[in-house]
Design a protein around this ligand. Structure first.
Ligand code: FAD
Ligand code: UQ1
Length: 427
């Protein structure tokens, strides 16, 4: 047992019912752990509780590297008890109902918890059932996704079993976390096919619901060149709607013409549609689309000032990533503490997000940008160019930063590093 776990108090069953916490955090993923680590250090023992149902915490950004055979699945996961911050009470249960007027949350097990301040960090849900035939076929017959811990190892298995033919990669007509991940695996797979001498007898095709290859123009321009250099076919504004695994056919809808397009596949990496968690959608905390309705700069809830939101569950209009969570965590922590002390909220989140795109085994394009897709780059070198150094950073350095700094509330994004490295230039 890790020594941290001897400090975190675990409550399960109905042990927590009726309890009151200074800060209640919903979700012990990237955002929930980063915030509860730093707040519990500030506020002290037993002031912060985290509602988190899962036994395991995953470092999801490594799923791309598992699907491409670079890392082992075991390297992505740690027991939740080992990452739960000391001085935090872990309530191993799910949040179910919110009553922000009475400052309570009811859990799946029926316990009512009271709070002074609430932080919602519940992530998003993967809607596998929105594609006909996907639930039955995913994880077999050449169909996989890196987006689910249960299937990510299958991606590598099916890539290695592939003997040529049609390799298809999809991007859905919904919000997604890490919007670059659907194409990261495609570039690595394409390189792997070349290494295995299969490229001449394979077609690699990307079907995306978007009208562009990537949201931020600077990097989209380079990625468009890369797909051309690699002879990857791209079909824009096409949405996967059905899989017929018996015939090995995928059906896409052309979102402009509404026509159906049938594509044969031998290997298919599906990025399923994603959306807000059902239990949040039914709560008073969300906007019309179901995302937690916070101010994009202060991260304070628009209607309930004692509620804050972080990460994938919110309607903050930036790309949903762990890098964004890092940037948001320092802002949220400081603004929440200011609010507790009756002071104005002075910290502002600028939309910083980052997408490290491996474009082959050994080269990575490091996209970093703000709310408007404008570059917000850490390094004073040309980041439109794919580099070995960035690839090594993603493979070796970022995991270390995640487990040892971000989850412990010590990594609040790249802005300080950026300012230091750009001294003398305007950023
Ligand atoms: P999560 O970390 O998903 O945490 C949500 C937590 O809420 C989970 O622990 C969950 O168990 C819990 N929960 C669920 N239901 C309930 C409930 N009812 N009550 C309470 N808790 C609940 N980001 C990057 O920055 N760089 C990358 O390269 C990158 N690549 C990615 C590749 C893939 C394949 C994937 C899947 C993601 C990638 N990401 C990347 C995105 C990144 O992992 C997420 O954006 C980040 O983890 C979001 O953090 P979060 O706290 O909002 O949500
Ligand atoms: C980042 O901060 C982060 O969260 C820790 C990621 O998720 C693992 C990332 O993928 C990236 C690229 C960043 C940004 C970090 C640097 C040093 C550019």
């Amino acid at each position: 047992m890790n020594c941290r776990s001897s400090f975190a108090r675990l409550l399960s069953g109905n042990a927590a019912s009726g309890a009151h916490y200074r800060v209640l955090v919903v979700g012990g993923g990237t955002g929930g752990l980063a915030i509860s680590s730093s707040l519990s250090r500030k506020l002290g023992r037993d002031k912060v509780a985290v509602i988190e149902p899962s036994d395991v915490h995953y470092y999801q950004p490594m799923f791309t590297l598992v699907g491409s055979g670079i890392k082992k699945f075991e390297q992505t996961r740690r027991p939740m008890r080992n990452v739960m911050p000391r001085h935090v009470t872990w309530i191993q249960d799910g949040a179910s109902e919110f009553d922000p007027d009475n400052k309570t949350v009811v859990t799946v097990n029926g316990n009512k918890l009271y709070y002074d301040y609430l932080v919602v960090a519940a992530g998003l849900q993967i809607d596998v059932d929105k594609i006909k035939g996907l639930r039955e076929s995913i994880g077999s017959g050449g169909i996989s996704t890196n987006y689910l811990p249960d299937t990510v190892q299958k991606t590598w298995k099916f890539l290695e079993e592939f003997q040529g033919g049609e390799a298809v990669f999809t991007f859905p007509n919904s919000a997604v976390k890490c919007a670059g991940a659907p194409q990261k695996i495609m570039y690595l797979a394409e390189h792997r096919f070349r290494q295995r001498g299969l490229r001449d007898k394979s077609n690699v095709t990307y079907y995306t619901a978007l009208p562009v290859i990537f949201g931020a123009k600077k990097y989209a321009d380079r990625l468009s060149e890369i797909v051309d250099e690699k002879s990857i076919g791209v079909n824009y504004r096409h949405d996967l709607i059905e899989i017929d695994s018996t015939r090995k056919e995928a059906v896409f809808e052309n979102l402009e013409t509404k026509e159906k397009v049938v594509q044969k596949y031998d290997f298919m990496h599906v990025t399923p549609p994603m959306g807000p968690m059902d239990f949040l959608k039914a709560s008073p905390l969300v906007d019309g689309a179901g995302w937690v309705d916070v101010d994009k700069n202060t991260l304070q809830h628009k209607r309930y000032p004692n509620v804050f939101g972080i990460g994938d569950c919110t309607n903050v209009p930036t790309s949903k990533t762990a890098a964004a969570v890092a940037g948001q965590s320092g802002v949220l922590k400081r603004n929440l503490l200011s609010h507790m002390n009756g002071q104005p909220l002075t910290k502002r989140y600028d939309g910083y997000t980052s997408c490290p795109l491996p474009v082959s085994y050994g080269k990575l394009l490091l996209a970093e940008f703000d709310f408007d897709g404008q570059p917000l780059e850490t390094f004073p070198i040309n980041q439109r160019k794919e580099r070995l150094a960035f690839y090594i950073m993603k493979r070796e350095i970022l995991p270390h930063m995640y487990w040892n700094y971000l989850l412990k509330g010590h990594w609040e994004g790249t802005s300080t590093v950026r300012k230091l490295l750009h001294l003398g230039t305007s950023v």
